[in-house]
Design a protein around this ligand. Structure first.
Ligand code: TYD
Length: 146
């Protein structure tokens, strides 16, 4: 089992049904049951065309998300501004919670990789912190006023 060391994260485990005839595996995510919020948006990333592909590279101010590796593999690199953690993602039943103020980067996507993300809100450009210095300033500002 993955031990989460960074803040604003966690592990979600999906129920899996393996077809007895080898016809494939079925995974179930249910909002407010094993996913800790109501899902408003789903997006996925696949078909990487280069070897050293990098996705993410940002943090969110408010969003909660859960990220899965639906197929293939990738590395999920987490950074809460103090602690960093690198997780190898290759098990579709394991989701990692990407809470607010958690810098995340997905690297080394395998050719057949499919990154699935469930989010608790619609897309809003202004929820993104895309500059690492800006991210550090944002979390430190928040700490002082907390
Ligand atoms: P981007 O955030 O750069 O992808 P990632 O961080 O996963 O590497 O998103 C790429 C483009 O897609 C960017 O122009 C914003 C747009 N986008 C939406 O319009 N809606 C969405 O829900 C997401 C995730 C991205």
């Amino acid at each position: 089992m993955i031990k989460i060391k960074v803040k604003n994260s966690g592990v979600v485990k999906l129920q899996m049904f393996r077809d007895k005839d080898g016809d494939g595996d079925l995974f179930i995510a249910e909002a407010t049951r094993n996913i800790p919020f109501k899902i408003k948006r789903v997006f996925f990333i696949n078909n990487p065309k280069i070897k050293n592909s990098v996705r993410g590279n940002h943090a969110h101010k408010k969003y909660n998300q859960v990220i899965f590796c639906a197929s293939g593999s990738f590395f999920l690199n987490l950074d809460d501004g103090r602690t960093k953690q690198r997780i190898f993602m290759d098990d579709p039943s394991i989701g990692i919670i990407l809470g607010p103020k958690l810098w995340h980067t997905m690297t080394d996507l395998s050719e057949n990789c499919n990154i699935l993300v469930l989010a608790d809100d619609f897309y809003r450009k202004d929820d993104y912190l895309r500059n690492y210095e800006e991210f550090l300033k944002y979390i430190n500002k928040r700490k002082k006023h907390a």
